[in-house]
Design a protein around this ligand. Structure first.
Ligand SMILES: N[C@@H](CCC(=O)N[C@@H](CS)C(=O)NCC(=O)O)C(=O)O
Length: 219
């Protein structure tokens, strides 16, 4: 039995996409960040910080998207979605796993300021401006390195699943046309049948109510 605990458009989409790439059967338990369902005692027993993703995999329970992605790749090595232990590409792959969360944390902080704060709380314009600049710099660095079709020279891998999720979300905060190589890369990834299947199961997101969140005036 495999069950993914998932919020539409959250980091659990990384795991959903990988499960589809691996061709595994899985159930999905859907949550919302807004309705309190992730603060239930039952969910907190699975996820100490009350976050998604959580993956129940046979008798194991795994949290943290990067760890889950790595564990799945190691459990199903025949899919070849992570380079061999000790190889130079493995090092690059793990760097990208971490980098994906550098981007993920910037997005999370932008979300807190721009999406989740409710009046009378107000976003801090200077903080949003700084987060936005850091996000643009993180993407620009990847744009500069994007020389191959995928992030690893050997081809599509779990590193793409980890990083591309954040690139997809960054569109709410930055103009992605500033990164033409990443845009072409993202178009290749979006066309993958496994990604299309994952999006079909993702569900309807209730996080973003605008197409774009500019840096507030006066920053
Ligand atoms: N580093 C963790 C972060 C997990 C995380 O923050 N998930 C968000 C959704 S993208 C969440 O569950 N947020 C719930 C909340 O903030 O209450 C991972 O990669 O799994």
């Amino acid at each position: 039995m495999i069950r993914l605990h998932h919020v539409p458009l959250a980091r659990s989409l990384r795991v959903m996409w990988l499960l589809e790439e691996l061709g595994l059967d899985y159930q999905v338990a859907y949550y919302s960040i807004r309705d309190g369902s992730m603060r239930s005692a039952e969910f907190l027993a699975l996820s100490p910080a009350g976050r998604v993703p959580v993956l129940e995999h046979q008798r194991a329970v795994w949290f943290e998207s990067g760890a889950i992605v790595q564990l799945l790749c190691e459990t199903y090595p025949e899919a070849g979605l992570m380079p061999a232990l000790g190889s130079a590409e493995r090092a690059r792959c793990l760097e990208i796993f971490g980098y994906a969360e550098t981007v993920g944390c910037l997005l999370e902080n932008l979300n807190l300021n721009q999406v989740f704060l409710r009046p009378p709380a107000q976003p801090a314009p200077v903080v949003v401006k700084l987060l936005n600049a850091r996000l643009r710099a993180s993407l620009a660095a990847m744009e500069a390195r994007m020389e191959e079709e995928y992030l690893l020279p050997s081809g599509f891998s779990a590193a793409d699943v980890m990083f591309a999720y954040g690139f997809e979300l960054a569109r709410y905060y930055v103009d992605l046309d500033a990164y033409p190589r990443l845009m072409a890369y993202w178009a290749r990834l979006r066309a993958r049948p496994a990604y299309v299947r994952a999006k079909a199961r993702d569900g309807v997101q209730d996080l973003y109510t605008q197409e774009f969140y500019p840096v507030p005036e006066g920053a």
